[in-house]
Design a protein around this ligand. Structure first.
Ligand code: ZN
Length: 76
């Protein structure tokens, strides 16, 4: 069980928790014993979008935020 965050290099060796592609980012999920889970760029982007939606952020604002975040998440 991973209770400490992965390093920037280490995370790339972890398969995405959702789809198995190489991870790019990590999330710590309370309901999974606060274990750190790797996520690829695509899954990380979708999870961020889902969370913003869940938090009630207006759709227009989500579009702007996610446009900016996608550049970061894909390392562009
Ligand atoms: Zn993935």
């Amino acid at each position: 069980m991973r209770t400490k965050p992965y390093t920037e290099i280490g995370i790339k060796r972890v398969p995405c928790f959702r789809c198995g592609h190489p991870s790019f980012h990590q999330w710590q999920v309370c309901s999974l014993n606060n274990e750190y889970k790797g996520l690829c760029a695509d899954c990380d982007i979708e999870l961020n979008r889902l969370v913003l939606n869940f938090m009630g952020v207006p759709a227009k604002e989500i579009a702007c935020l996610m446009d900016e975040y996608e550049h970061f998440a894909r390392g562009l």
